[in-house]
Design a protein around this ligand. Structure first.
Ligand code: IMP
Ligand code: MG
Length: 212
């Protein structure tokens, strides 16, 4: 039921999350098995494209942690790894200011960068991050995202590697969060709108309402 179209990586919805998640998760969009298969096929593609290159993987914190851990272990080629911390606040008021919480430390000048993020939504985050990275003089920057939500795009960002193209749902799990929760779900699931539309939600939740 929840098998994606593996060639295109398009996710299809399957109805039932495990019982203990059903209060919060409406449906499983991508099963652990589909994630595992797709991540390995992304790793094969990336290996082919970066063989013999001086590769630096730059991952955005925190949403990439689970995807990245699986992807990295699937890559059999020499590489370096570093992180950029980026977060946003004020989403509930419509502002979407990005704050850098950790700067890149590795030197990427003349090197091939693979920029990894969990999900490409409006494209604002990756537009900003790639513009910053370009200033550091890498030989090239390729973009890899686990999920792509093209329907909400406002910036012109073309990812080079996409795990799954998904419809416009707010999703959590496999590293993706809502208000820092749900990152540990082994699947990607659609969050019930009641969870983020609760009138009595905490200030912590309000500060990180869906959007990034
Ligand atoms: P963008 O800047 O709008 O492309 O947003 C990218 C960031 O927004 C991602 O790195 C996520 O942190 C977050 N984001 C966007 N959509 C979702 C979602 O459906 N679930 C969880 N996080 C999301
Ligand atoms: Mg993120």
């Amino acid at each position: 039921m929840d098998k994606p179209d593996r060639k295109k990586g398009n996710a299809r919805r399957s109805p039932k999350p495990p019982p203990h998640w059903r209060d919060d998760i409406e449906s499983v969009l991508i099963s652990p098995e589909s994630l595992a298969r797709r991540v390995q096929s992304l790793a094969r593609q990336i290996e082919k494209d970066f063989i013999g290159r001086d590769l630096v993987i730059v991952a955005l914190l925190n949403g990439t942690v689970v995807f990245l851990a699986d992807l990295l272990r699937g890559l059999s080629l020499p590489l370096r790894l570093d992180f950029i911390g980026v977060s946003s606040y004020g989403i509930s008021t419509g502002s979407d200011e990005l704050v850098f919480t950790k700067e890149l430390r590795l030197d990427v000048r003349g090197r091939d960068v693979l920029l990894v993020d969990d999900i490409l939504d409006t494209g604002k985050t990756l537009a900003r991050v790639t513009a910053n990275l370009r200033q550091l003089g890498p030989r090239r920057i390729k973009i890899c995202v686990l999920l792509d939500k093209p329907s909400r795009r406002v910036e012109k960002i073309e990812p080079d590697y996409v795990g799954f193209t998904i419809p416009n749902h707010f999703v959590v799990g496999y590293g993706l969060d809502y208000a820092e929760r749900y990152r540990n779900l082994p699947f990607v699931g659609v969050l019930r709108p009641e969870i983020y539309e609760q009138p009595d939600s905490t200030s912590e939740k309000k500060a990180s309402a869906p959007g990034r």
